[in-house]
Design a protein around this ligand. Structure first.
Ligand code: LLP
Length: 434
């Protein structure tokens, strides 16, 4: 039996790839392609791993906040609400979607290095749980707008711990020269902390850090947590303020291909908690409530994308191209980060992958690739190509480049598929055009 990076994938008696027990070739026939497929039960089970481990090791009140930038749509906020966890947002659009889905906005934290005054006004008017304040201008604006609304707004301050984890530079954010946050090393963190404590309409709850994404080692997270706990102790000594909360951001790695290691999220949370408790007791500070913001690790391995192969081009003595009916418009991650994916010809999943090729999208530019130099089962027009582990930062980053409509998104709950996002129509493409 073939083994896939997604443990909810298998091969059935017809030699077809299945996901969550459903034949993917049937899904492609029924809903058309490109098609995003998400296993709802898998998302819920990962959410429970985070929720239970965080409660167990960090204590009551600590919980995951789903980083919804990884996958933001109505249905996902409903699932997170039902699982009893919080969420983060990075725009008014995400907050709007969550609110509209019935998500409790008081369990949402609002991120971003340049929230506009309109964003701040909107979030406060809906009762946002926390702002993760990134800089001075935002701090002043939140103070002013909260005052106008007659409230004291809860915030966390974004702190840059100065960690440089080994990940792609576009998704590493904890370094001192990052566009995000306030560095401890430069004294800016302390300065903004003192300022936040002095403002009448601000209730400082604690601190936030995020070191990057797709990180497989626990060590950089432990280092960041250690730096943040020491910062909390230092600030207590200098100002008397004890942080009630510490938000450690997201970043746990996901196994996209077999070469990537397994990452045990529950075990990593335990390691972090042990370390932090030790520092808390040595420095004489109370253990804060801990939040984490998993995005990728919460949804990536629940999803795959199905395409129809349209052409197979063999360039003698050079390379072969398998072209599909989607590409960088539904998955820009290869074009942006050269991200690797496991791919299977879904209707030949029991066959040997002995055809060397690159997989191309349909956009009018040569950089529109999904993979280079991979092995696939012999591909021909009409085959269904499955790209695995596309649940995170695929639909969320999809575009209409070349006027290509966004795909349909189907979820599978208890073996039953249902449409969660309809395929965009041509009318959708021109809806706002006058
Ligand atoms: N919290 C903050 C403040 C973040 O900036 C991010 C991700 C997360 C949480 C979630 O991190 P995760 O658990 O997903 O690693 N588009 C890129 C990823 C960008 C991540 C941005 N921030 C990609 O496709 O790989």
């Amino acid at each position: 039996m073939a083994e896939f990076v997604m443990d909810n994938c298998s091969v059935n008696e017809n030699g077809h790839l299945t996901v969550a027990g459903v034949d993917t070739v049937e899904l492609a026939r029924r809903y058309g392609t490109p098609l995003m497929v998400l296993d709802e039960n898998k998302i819920r089970s990962i959410a429970r791993v985070y929720k239970e481990a965080m409660r167990k090791y960090f204590g009551e009140g600590s919980m995951p906040l789903f980083a919804s930038k990884a996958l933001s749509f109505t249905g996902i906020y409903r699932i997170m609400a039902e699982e009893g966890i919080g969420s983060d947002a990075v725009s008014s659009g995400e907050i709007y979607t969550a609110k509209n889905a019935g998500f409790d906005i008081s369990k949402m934290v609002f991120h971003g290095n340049n929230k506009t005054d309109a964003d701040i006004e909107y979030a406060i008017s809906l009762g946002i749980g926390r702002f993760v304040v990134d800089g001075d201008e935002e701090l002043e604006a939140v103070n002013e707008i909260a005052g106008r609304h007659g409230i004291k707004q809860r915030i966390e301050l974004r702190i840059t711990p100065g960690i440089d984890p080994h990940t792609h530079k576009a998704i590493s954010t904890g370094r001192v020269d990052s566009k995000f946050g306030n560095a401890i090393a430069t004294g800016q963190a302390e300065k903004i902390t003192v300022k936040a404590l002095s403002l009448p309409n601000i209730e400082l709850m604690g601190f936030h850090c995020h070191i990057g994404s797709q990180i497989f080692e626990v060590e950089p997270f432990v280092q960041a947590a250690e730096i943040m706990m020491k910062y909390i102790a230092d600030i207590k000594k200098k100002t008397g303020f004890t942080a009630k909360e510490l938000n450690l951001g997201g970043g746990f790695g996901v196994r996209y291909v077999k070469e990537h290691p397994y990452f045990d999220y529950g075990q990593a949370i335990k390691t972090l908690a042990d370390k932090m408790k030790r520092i808390a007791s040595i420095s004489g500070i109370a253990m804060p409530i801990v939040f984490m913001e998993p995005g990728r690790s919460m949804v990536a391995s629940a999803g795959l994308t199905l395409y129809t192969v349209g052409s197979v081009k063999r360039i003698p003595d050079m390379k072969n191209y398998v072209s599909v009916d989607g590409g960088m418009t539904d998955n820009p991650r290869y074009a942006l980060y050269q991200s690797q994916y496991e791919m299977v010809i879904a209707n030949k999943a029991d066959k040997k992958a002995d055809f060397a090729c690159s997989v191309a999208g349909r956009c009018c530019e040569s950089g529109d690739l999904l993979a280079e130099n991979i092995m696939l089962q012999g591909a021909e027009k009409g085959d269904v190509l499955a790209v695995l582990v596309t649940g995170a930062y695929n639909y969320a980053m999809a575009s209409n480049y070349n006027r290509i409509p966004r795909p349909e998104l189907v979820m599978i709950r208890d073996g039953e598929p249902y449409v969660a996002i309809k395929r965009e129509s041509f009318e959708d493409l021109i809806r706002n055009e006058i």
